[in-house]
Write a protein that binds this ligand. Structure first.
Ligand code: SAH
Ligand code: MG
Length: 213
């Protein structure tokens, strides 16, 4: 937890009740230990998508389709969403969930490693949500920039790793050194990227919101 638990619980307690389909997806994620966006991140994403009204959203890291469905519901009528997942089991679950939601026509799931799929995508997007392998964010960004429209929004999740990214590398376990170092480098570069304006927020697991100039 980055924000004190009682503060976060209070904020979350103000949320309206979710519909049964969304609650069912949360249950499925929980049962299979799938790391979906936290509720505070979900609320932020909904707000940003409603504000931006993107025609085309790109998501990196579908898991079982939870955040894709949440975002797509906030897009305009003719909105399209492309999302990428490399884990076959999760890809299959996402396909089933998106069909159940009735979005098979407007959400397209691409099976494969995002580094490869990003090279093949021809479309451009006005909203990109990055939520996959944390050590690859710099590489994803490099491949995404050309796909992001001017004035487009890029949202990156889990950038503070429960706050550990803000700690000295000696305070994090050896196993996490690579992610720690790469995430710090990614955030440093993101803030200095000349074509992006970026704000870093301690929401959920840490969220960076960038806007292309
Ligand atoms: N956005 C989802 C959660 C995604 S969890 C939600 O909030 O509902 C991150 C997912 O990214 C995992 O399912 C993992 O398999 C996938 N992933 C990680 N690295 C990837 C890569 N390089 N290419 C494609 N998918 C990747
Ligand atoms: Mg995440």
């Amino acid at each position: 937890m980055i924000v004190e638990e009682h503060v976060q619980s209070y904020i979350n307690s103000l949320n309206k009740e979710e519909d049964s389909f969304i609650l069912q997806l949360e249950k499925e994620a929980h049962e299979h230990h799938v790391p979906i966006i936290r509720s505070e991140t979900r609320e932020l994403l909904r707000f940003l998508v409603r504000m931006k009204k993107p025609a085309r959203i790109l998501e990196i890291g579908t898991a079982i389709g939870y955040s894709a469905i949440v975002m797509h519901k906030c897009q305009g009528q003719d909105g399209k969403l492309d999302t990428i997942e490399r884990n076959e089991k999760r890809y299959n679950s996402a396909c089933a969930n998106i069909e159940k939601a009735g979005f098979s026509e407007s959400i397209q799931i691409h099976f494969g490693d995002a580094l490869d799929v990003l090279e093949q995508l021809k479309e451009s997007y006005d909203f990109i949500f990055m939520d996959a392998a944390k050590a690859q964010y710099e590489n994803f960004l490099e491949r995404c920039m050309g796909r992001l429209d001017r004035e487009g929004i890029l949202v990156c999740d889990n950038i503070l790793q429960d706050g550990s990214v803000a700690q000295s590398r000696y305070a994090v376990t050896r196993r996490d050194h690579t992610v720690h170092d790469r995430m710090r480098e990614f955030l440093y570069n993101l803030k200095r990227n000349e074509t992006l304006d970026t704000v870093i927020l301690p929401v959920g697991d840490g969220v960076a919101i960038s806007r292309k100039k």
